[in-house]
Design a protein around this ligand. Structure first.
Ligand code: AMP
Ligand code: ZN
Length: 470
């Protein structure tokens, strides 16, 4: 095993060595459940899934923890604004609790469609408030945090290494934060961030609130991840994932809180995915291009084709989503499935021939090189090309092995090609028409399908279909 990962902390590609033997403790910043996940969010979770699967493929024993942020994430990461959950509750006329469960379910449904299995431990912030209060209490006791009338803050200048992940100097950070409206005059330093919000002032009617040593209130978003990750994985994690947008604030604050509390290194490898853009720009409501998986499906693109699309770029590069490029991914997946179907039909199920080893090695080496999925896919396609050239189709075992990482459901490709749903509905309608002796309608449907290149043949056992040649 010689996996290399780019560590945002050192800004270098490094050999990955877990803290203990081959055990990997991995934490993934989970979704904030107040809207449907965007295709950008889904790219982040395809990435953490590929990382987890690749680690397992390479022989590591992985424990992945993912949180669900169902309270405390404000509209600005800098303690300004409202809680996203509460705003959604007002918008939709439901309780914040309903909102949280509804969008959490929607998230996991999307994840399942994209073959992203649940983390070993999925933890909701609202169910771990005690652990958060304990962490905040430790920080108050050891002098890193202080109380005001509105909140408990982490005092950033106390923590000398505050900028180590972002590389942004504290002065620049303060300038950046000053641009935001300061809502608490008692805050000692503009860079200080809230660990706990009191249910007073703008948060007096915050629906989700708990008792604490500082009166009723609710936890800040950053402290949620520190408390839950350390509860389940210990003081030092091997890997922490998230999108690059989390580097300057969320993950920087996680490090400060965790390391100030334990005095130990919090995370050994920070691994961040780059953004998915749409038509070369940021997704935005005003452009109407904040797409969800349902939007993608409505255009006839399967979730696994979108997954393939995500794998077609390295995770550290931006990925540009256009309807053309994702349609091209669907075509590519169709050809992949067509090959698998052929291989299944050929009945060549024996052990993988020796000539495939070179491709399997390339596949593994590509993953070991900072999860280079486009190169891993290229190795797979070269294998397929070679298989066609040799007319030796006994490569399914190799492809299924690759699919442990790719997650494209290759073993579930049906031997017979399935008819698209709308065509299948027409075939069924024609069958009914024949039963009621409505020959005119039956003929009309036959013609309509023929125009679409689908030829029907009535046999004693029922109707069969095939594609017209060319
Ligand atoms: P959130 O639910 O806002 O906390 O975001 C969930 C995850 O999606 C985080 O890891 C973000 O960094 C990531 N993310 C948000 N937008 C994008 C995007 N356009 N492309 C890739 N990752 C994203
Ligand atoms: Zn987080």
């Amino acid at each position: 095993m010689s996996l290399k990962l780019h560590n945002s902390l050192t800004r270098k590609k490094e050999e990955f060595v877990p803290l203990e033997d081959n055990k990997v403790r991995m934490y993934t910043c989970g979704p904030t459940v107040y809207v449907y996940a965007t295709i950008g969010n889904l790219r982040a979770y395809v990435f953490s899934d590929i990382l987890r699967r690749a680690l397992m493929y390479l022989g590591y024993d992985v424990t992945q923890v993912m949180n669900v942020t169902d309270v405390g994430h404000l509209t600005s990461d800098e303690d300004v604004g409202e809680d996203k959950l509460e705003l959604a509750a007002q918008r939709e006329g439901r309780t914040a609790w309903d909102i949280a469960r509804f969008y959490e379910d929607a998230f996991f449904r999307d994840a399942e469609k994209m073959n992203i299995p649940r983390a070993d431990i999925v933890c909701r912030a609202t169910e771990h408030v005690d652990a958060m209060i304990n962490l905040v209490r430790r920080l108050v006791e050891n002098g890193y945090a202080y109380e005001t009338g509105q909140a408990i803050y982490f005092h950033v200048p106390c923590f000398t290494d505050y900028s180590k992940l972002s590389g942004q100097s504290l002065e620049d950070k303060i300038t950046a934060v000053r641009a935001e409206v300061q809502e608490d005059p008692e805050k000692k330093n503009p860079a200080d961030f809230a660990l706990w919000f009191k249910a007073v002032g703008r948060f007096e009617n915050h629906a989700m609130q708990w008792d604490s040593p500082w009166g009723r209130g609710f936890p800040g978003w950053h402290v949620e991840c520190s408390a839950m990750s350390m509860k389940y994985l210990g003081d030092t994690l091997d890997i922490h994932t998230g999108g690059i947008d989390h580097i300057p604030v969320h993950h920087t604050n996680e490090i400060a809180q965790s390391e100030a509390a334990t005095g130990k290194q919090f995370v050994r490898y920070w691994v961040h995915n780059n953004f998915l853009k749409v038509d070369g720009g940021k997704m935005s409501k005003s452009l109407g291009n904040v797409y969800t998986l349902s939007d993608v499906e409505e255009r006839g693109i399967k979730p696994l084709a979108f997954r393939y699309f995500c794998l077609s770029a390295v995770y550290r590069a931006t990925l540009n989503f256009t309807w053309d490029s994702v349609a091209a991914a669907q075509t590519t997946v169709n050809s992949l499935y067509a090959f698998v179907r052929e291989a299944k039909r050929s009945g060549a199920t024996g052990p993988s021939p020796e000539w495939t080893r070179e491709y399997a090695d390339r596949f593994r080496e590509s993953l070991e090189d900072d999860l280079n999925t486009p190169r891993a896919l290229a190795a797979m396609w070269d294998l397929i090309r070679e298989s066609n050239r040799r007319q030796d189709f006994s490569v399914l075992a190799v492809l299924y092995d690759f699919d442990r990482v790719l997650g494209l459901d290759l073993d579930r490709v049906p031997v017979e090609e399935e008819l698209a749903e709308d065509y299948a509905a027409l075939v069924a309608e024609r069958q009914k028409a024949r039963e009621t002796k409505d020959w005119a309608r039956a003929d009309e449907i036959r013609k309509q399908l023929a125009e679409a290149g689908i030829l029907l043949e009535d046999r004693p056992g029922g109707v069969v279909w095939r594609r017209a040649e060319g």
